[in-house]
Write a protein that binds this ligand. Structure first.
Ligand code: OGA
Ligand code: NI
Length: 352
């Protein structure tokens, strides 16, 4: 399987176009960024996760997470236990990677078979309108998919930094699955077990959004919900861009220093029988500054059947989804590209 047409790096397009962008990147009017509430107006919840280790604060902290999962599907966490200097080093290493000469990056060019490596599109529809971003995608877990040769070799520190950063994210993923299990009234290991215990998946997509001379006509990343379990996003500390759908509005996230942005993916929506929802989000670009984000996807083992927890299915709240593996689910997105919410989650609804 290969791309339907030659790949053009958005970074190169950005460097070569001064005042207008190619038609391939121009979104239809209804998909273009609209002026919504400004960053000062409203933000996703900010949660101090340190509270779960404190007897007095534990209950309140659990409730904050519970409310955020139910009402928003998106929140930021601080005091999450990942060292700020490690977060900075990860960002910096990836910035250096994207600033290397194009020939070096081309050595990692990806294909739609596995998507691993350096990429510039999602989906294989010929003639599709494209997003204003390049990315790098790699696997950390399961171990048999971890292949250091498919990771960048430069800058020198990058493989070590990715390893260390990944270990920390996997630890944090376990902590949040436990919190969510408790909050849903399930056994505290329920979600971890449903994800395959030790055999969870963890993969990283680093997004590179170059400067764009006509940011009002395009998107860095089209509206989508994340197909996996949950996502830990390390946003650019200096450049906003992520927008979260809230009713009819798009809320621009204002990142807190060294916070992770956590969001519920489609698989947790299924497991929780839609008590928690995976929420649509997108990325806008700007003409002044490039933006880099690290999106870590924490996923169920890909060949396990994912279905609503029996404990959450009652006669009043019947199962909304039928069982499907993450492998089957992901195939759709990988073929069609990012297409709003629940490309599949709607068709997944069980007939009865
Ligand atoms: C993603 C994503 C947001 C961002 O990679 O799935 O939503 O801010 N990224 O880059
Ligand atoms: Ni996303």
């Amino acid at each position: 399987m290969d791309w339907p047409e030659p790949i053009i790096r958005v970074q190169s397009v950005s460097e070569n176009c001064t005042d207008s962008i190619p038609g391939r990147y121009v979104k239809p009017p209804e998909a273009r960024p609209s002026p919504g509430p400004g960053p000062g107006d409203i933000n996703i919840p900010l949660i101090d996760l340190g509270g779960i280790h404190d007897d007095k604060l534990r209950e309140t902290t659990l409730r904050h997470v519970s409310d955020a999962c139910r009402d928003w599907g998106f929140f930021q966490v601080v005091n999450h236990g990942v060292r700020p200097d490690l977060m900075d080093r990860a960002q910096e290493a990836w910035r250096e990677f994207f600033h290397q000469p194009m020939e070096v990056k081309q050595g990692y060019a990806n294909s739609p078979k596995t998507y691993e490596g350096y990429g510039s599109r999602l989906g294989i529809e010929k003639g599709a309108i494209l997003d204003w971003s390049d990315y790098y995608f790699l696997h950390y877990l399961p171990c048999n998919l971890r292949d250091h040769n498919k990771w960048p070799a430069l800058p020198n520190s990058i493989r070590e930094v990715i390893d260390e950063y990944s270990r920390e994210i996997v630890r944090l993923g376990g902590v949040l699955l436990k919190i969510m299990s408790i909050n849903l009234g399930l056994d505290e290991d329920y979600l971890q077990n449903a994800f395959g215990g030790e055999d969870v998946g963890a993969c990283l997509r680093v997004n590179f959004y170059p400067k764009c001379p006509q940011p009002d006509l395009t998107l860095g990343l089209s509206s989508h919900s994340d197909p996996g379990g949950m996502t830990f996003l390390l946003p650019d500390q200096n450049v906003p861009g992520l927008q979260v759908r809230r009713g009819g509005d798009w809320i621009t996230v204002k990142p807190a220093p060294h916070a992770f942005i956590v969001n519920i993916g489609d698989q947790i929506q299924v497991l929780s029988n839609a008590i928690y929802k995976s929420v649509e989000h997108r990325v806008i670009v700007n003409s002044k500054q490039e933006r880099i984000s690290l999106a870590y996807f924490y996923n169920p083992k890909s060949d396990l059947l994912i279905q609503p927890a029996k404990e959450l299915v009652t006669s009043d709240t019947p199962a909304i989804y039928s069982a499907m593996t993450f492998d089957e689910y992901r195939l759709y997105i990988r073929t069609k590209g990012p297409k709003g919410k629940s490309q599949l989650i709607e068709s997944l609804k069980s007939p009865n």
